[in-house]
Design a protein around this ligand. Structure first.
Ligand code: NAD
Length: 260
């Protein structure tokens, strides 16, 4: 395992991606941040990771719907760090609507950000990993990569696709010291989840409190949201030497949801 490891985490200006980037920096890994947001806030996060953990933290604002942006993101990380050892495909968006009313451009955007971007990033990064005999690819899928919920056609389709992509890449890369796994979290209280509460309330004709209790936490037997740190710890383990035999897996971290 090279040291220090160099990681690209897509969608790491917020939520789970930021949690993973922070956990990686705490392990001494150099980080390429990516995602949208206020430029000043992103710069503050980047500088804090460097100051607190003594790593190199860079930022590239690639739009994950744009293949050329994604290629340049990986290239910039390879140039700055010398190589990319870890790729976390985390950028994601959501939209909640019944299928008859699902806006076509939203469907396409969800597939582009949540699924197709992972293909482009893996395609760009995996050659170097295979050549060096070490690499870790972690795709942030979802419990919705394994089971469905109504009103989330695009998201469920994208996340099931991510699980399939993960398995295929794992098989192609297994003999080269490169693993590829999917993490399938249940509900984590991030901006992505906060935003869907009012839409779900409208589609189901219930209150926002009922959405949290009866829609989000009801399928999670633990009856609590998953912590960002719990997902980040799993991602960190998957990138360790000890996880070298875990590949092609879709790992649930969902409070028991997928056990139903
Ligand atoms: P979030 O909204 O907090 O973060 C999403 C990140 O993706 C942000 O940094 C955002 O800027 C970035 N992003 C969105 N569109 C982008 C684009 N076109 N180009 C580049 N970056 C873009 O959401 P989150 O909950 O932290 O979600 C992170 C991942 O975890 C997503 O793939 C999501 O589907 C998955 N996930 C989330 C939950 C949950 O309950 N929060 C559960 C399962 C899976």
């Amino acid at each position: 395992m090279p040291h220090p490891l160099n990681a690209v985490v897509t969608g790491s200006t917020s939520g789970i991606g930021l949690g993973i980037a922070t956990a990686f920096a705490a392990k001494g890994y150099n980080i390429m941040l990516n995602g949208f947001g206020d430029a000043g806030e992103i710069e503050a996060v980047r500088a804090e990771l460097e100051d607190k953990y003594g790593v190199t933290a860079l930022y590239n604002g690639a739009d994950m719907t744009k293949p050329e942006d994604i290629r340049l993101l990986i290239k910039e990380a390879e140039t700055a760090f010398g190589q990319v050892d870890i790729l976390v495909n985390n950028a994601g968006i959501q939209h909640v609507a019944r299928i008859e009313e699902f806006p076509e451009e939203k469907f396409d955007a969800i597939i582009a950000v949540n699924l197709v971007s992972a293909f482009h990033a893996i395609k760009a990064a995996i050659g170097g990993m295979k050549a060096r005999g070490f690499g870790r690819i972690v795709n942030i899928a979802s419990a919705h990569g394994l089971v469905a919920s109504p009103f989330k056609s695009a998201y469920v389709a994208a996340k099931h696709g991510v699980v399939g992509l993960t398995k295929t890449v794992a098989l192609e890369a297994a003999e080269f010291g490169v693993t590829c796994n999917a993490i399938c979290p249940g509900y984590v209280k991030t901006p992505l989840v906060e935003k869907q509460i009012p839409d779900t309330a409208r589609e189901r004709g219930i209150t926002e409190d009922e959405v949290v209790k009866d829609v989000m936490l009801a399928p999670q037997p633990t009856k609590r949201f998953i912590d960002i740190e719990e997902v980040a710890a799993l991602a960190t383990f998957l990138c360790s030497d000890q996880a070298g035999s875990i590949t092609g897996a879709a790992l649930s971290i969902d409070g028991g949801w997928a056990a139903h």
